[in-house]
Design a protein around this ligand. Structure first.
Ligand SMILES: [Mg+2]
Length: 307
């Protein structure tokens, strides 16, 4: 692996956590006007620089992939449940419902089937927000990357747009890490993700949107639209993430997704150092272990086989 590729894969892990932390205080807020964008780590419901459930679930997925490759969905489900039982600050509605059933003894397949019957149209962003570790684990195998991206979504988010959304994000990371331009990476990933037509059209149209046309809600289609808009209408890591988190609403999750994509496009070295110094979290929950940039970099290296 050359230095540039390694820097980009590290940039995915740190970029996702940085985007999550930057968006955290802006979550559920209104869009900030273009002349008053938040550009620094601020406190919200958590201290400044703290990442949220998006990154916590990604760390659970990462550790599952370090133990089992290809992904073992039952192992992943158990790791998610262990996190859920530890009482995270935030858990998505669908994730909570599925993990609650597994915690009470259902298999992940039974839990997902029940949620599909109860809420067949639910297509939240809870699986795309955490999917990036698959792109690091399979950076050199696109078929395995696509298969495990889809499978990790099915454990909590079986809707076709969620499943395809994860394949899309990680395929885009795959091409960006190899040096494709953002535009080329997005186009190729859209072909390979086999996304339902409506999702495909929304992503393809994203760079033509105006800020006011981007709701940035918890719907996977809105999240991907905002993240792709940020990546394709800016030319730096900082600007991509700043523009997206300042759309407000589900800002930590849109921040995590655009952070992973922009991290792959520009690399770890392009992430502002003040953000890299500030980003942190505790993992596992209540373990007292503080995660920082160095730990995220080490994790990226282990996932990519550079331990
Ligand atoms: Mg969150």
């Amino acid at each position: 692996m050359n230095d540039e590729l390694r820097d980009r894969l590290r940039g995915v892990a740190v970029g996702a956590a940085v985007g999550d932390a930057l968006g955290m205080p802006l979550e559920f807020g209104p869009a900030h006007p273009p002349d008053r964008l938040v550009r620094d780590m601020r406190p919200g419901r958590l201290p400044a620089g703290a990442f949220t459930d998006d990154t916590e679930m990604a760390l659970a997925l990462a550790e599952s992939l370090l133990a089992h490759r290809p992904l073992d969905p039952a192992d992943l489900a158990q790791r998610f449940v262990a996190w859920y039982r530890a009482g995270p600050d935030d858990v998505g509605i669908q994730t909570s419902s599925v993990l609650g059933q597994i915690a009470r003894g259902a298999s992940w397949q039974e839990a997902v089937e029940a949620i599909q019957q109860a809420r067949p149209d639910a297509a939240g962003n809870g699986s795309v927000m955490r999917c990036w570790p698959v792109a690091l684990a399979h950076w050199d195998d696109l078929d395995a990357l696509l298969a495990d991206s889809r499978l990790q979504s099915r454990v909590t988010h079986p809707h076709a747009e969620c499943v395809a959304g994860c394949a899309f994000v990680n395929a885009a990371i795959y091409h960006l890490a190899r040096g494709a331009t953002p535009r080329a990476a997005i186009a190729r990933a859209l072909e390979q993700a086999e996304a339902p037509t409506a999702l495909r059209q929304a992503i393809a149209a994203a760079p033509t949107k105006q800020r006011r046309e981007l709701p940035s809600s918890g719907w996977v289609r809105h999240t991907l639209e905002s993240a792709v808009w940020g990546l394709l209408t800016t030319d730096s890591f900082e600007e991509a993430v700043v523009q997206v988190v300042n759309l407000g609403n589900d800002a930590d999750t849109t921040g995590a997704v655009v952070g992973a994509l922009a991290g792959a496009a520009y690399g770890l070295s392009a992430i502002p150092s003040a953000w890299r110094v500030a980003v942190h979290g505790e993992w596992p929950l209540h373990s007292g272990v503080r995660w920082d940039e160095a730990r995220l970099v080490a994790l990226a290296d282990r996932l990519a086989g550079k331990a």
